[in-house]
Design a protein around this ligand. Structure first.
Ligand code: CO
Length: 129
């Protein structure tokens, strides 16, 4: 298990990607439209920022999050070679998954989200590349 990315909710992924590129020299590694969002991964060298920007009129979880909280860190993700086994181990340890089973995420990854009430207040994502 190792750190993979911080998911950042934003209402302007292009502007934030440009700012981070100029300020921190972090290039765009991948960009796609996924689940009603523009998703932009910035390459930090040993992990990523995942910019999550709802498309206009999106009513998904990130749009709701932005309405309630404004822009900022939405979740942290840990990479594992076997997301199913990692999920089972987490459940054995008392963690509550939000998803019943791993599902397709952005960039073709398999992901599962874990409930922040069971992880010390942090929305965690397990991701298998
Ligand atoms: Co993520």
């Amino acid at each position: 298990m190792h750190f993979d990315h911080a998911g950042i909710a934003t209402d302007d992924a292009d502007a934030l990607a440009d700012l981070y590129a100029a300020a921190f020299d972090v290039p765009v590694a991948h960009e796609e439209t996924f689940d009603g969002m523009q998703v932009t991964f910035l390459d930090l060298g040993n992990g990523y920022f995942e910019l999550l920007d709802p498309l206009p009129d999106s009513e998904g979880t990130i749009a709701t999050y932005l309405e309630r909280n404004g822009p900022g860190i939405h979740h942290l993700a840990l990479a594992t070679p076997d997301v199913e086994a990692a999920m089972a181990a987490a459940v054995d340890a008392g963690v509550d998954p939000i998803d019943d089973e791993p599902r397709p995420g952005a960039w073709g990854h398999e992901v599962v989200f874990l409930h922040p009430k069971s992880t010390g207040g942090v929305l965690l994502e397990l991701v298998e590349h």
